[in-house]
Design a protein around this ligand. Structure first.
Ligand code: BV8
Ligand code: ZN
Length: 251
């Protein structure tokens, strides 16, 4: 059901929720200046390559320079980015609801920077790297990187971002926590995702099956729109603050 605006009844139902899960995608970071991946289709993200091509092990192996140029570029953009009102609204909601779980497909760390504490990073983090030879995993916030592609300080092996590339499994423990939060929430928000990437895109369906109230926030319709109870067409940075319960808990 596509709503053009937020009704008092919707705000009431939102406020009354007990356990909330929020699935976010690249759209929640657009107003922080971080580009999305598809813009509705399968837009090229780097040198004419779509994300499905460049965010793969095959690309990392065959052309590590191009692969890492894209990730280095994103690290530079994200380092400059600030959490926007959408990230901050979601962080504030942690104080209002009994339980709130952020399930994000984003690797930018902006939810944590906005103050969210309960964040499940389904696709990993751009700020962690992993050595492909010795497996050493570490936080790496160097911008710019000293070399492209970067190498392991311990063994000199090739580093990769600690993200889930296409064809790789989402970490089992993280995904099972996301499934548990989705299956037990009474309010499921889907914010800023084109909902085409699995297994994340299966979560709104699971929320619906568990009879949660499913609210989508996106300027465009997506596959979730068909199953959502309410789709609020608009930008997350504008809409989420309007949904927020009053901070002082009254009303
Ligand atoms: C796997 C890397 C198997 C990190 C990414 C069925 C079942 C299982 C798998 C598949 C399946 N069918 C196909 C697959 C394969 C594949 C897949 O889903 N392909 C798709 C394209 C069809 N899935 C996988 O490969 C997954 N792995 O299944 O492995 C396996 C299983 C067991 C054991 C071994 C192997 C891995 C998926 C993760 C891939 N990695 N990224 C990184 O560098 O970021 S996914 C990539 O797309 C991004 O990371 C991003 O997280 C993700 C989703 O994109 P969105 O976040 O939705 O962004 P997008 O640009 O698409 O949309 C933005 C939206 O925002 C738009 O709707 C726009 O309207 C909206 N918007 C714009 N402005 C605003 C806004 N919204 C609000 N406010 C605004 N202002
Ligand atoms: Zn190493």
């Amino acid at each position: 059901m596509i709503y053009e605006r937020i009704t008092e009844e919707l705000k009431e139902r939102f406020r009354e929720a007990w356990a909330v899960a929020v699935l976010t995608g690249a759209g929640v970071s657009v107003e922080s200046g971080v580009p999305t991946f598809r813009g509705g289709g399968s837009a090229p993200v780097w040198k004419g390559l779509p994300v499905e091509k460049i965010a793969t092990l095959e690309m990392l192996r065959t052309d590590p320079v191009t692969f890492w140029q894209w990730y280095a570029y994103r690290r530079e953009v994200i380092e400059e980015a600030e959490p926007n009102p959408a990230h901050r609204a979601i962080a504030a909601w942690e104080r209002h609801f009994e339980r709130l779980t952020v399930i994000t497909q984003n690797v930018d760390g902006l939810h944590q920077r906005a103050g969210s504490r309960n964040v499940l990073e389904l696709h990993g983090s751009l700020w962690r790297v992993r050595c492909m030879r010795c497996g050493l995993k570490s936080e790496d916030r160097r911008v710019p990187l000293p070399e492209i592609p970067p190498h392991c300080p311990a063994c000199g092996g090739l580093l990769r971002p600690d993200v889930v590339l296409f064809g790789e499994a989402v970490p089992e423990d993280i995904f099972s926590q996301a499934v548990a939060a989705t299956a037990t929430c009474d309010l499921f928000l889907v914010v800023g995702t084109s909902a085409v990437v699995y297994p994340a895109a299966a979560l709104p369906v699971l929320a619906k099956q568990n009879r949660a109230l499913v609210i989508e926030v996106n300027p465009e319709a997506t596959p979730v729109t068909e199953i959502a109870d309410v789709t609020l067409l608009g930008r997350a940075g504008e809409i989420l603050p309007l949904l927020s319960p009053p901070e002082n808990g009254t009303g």
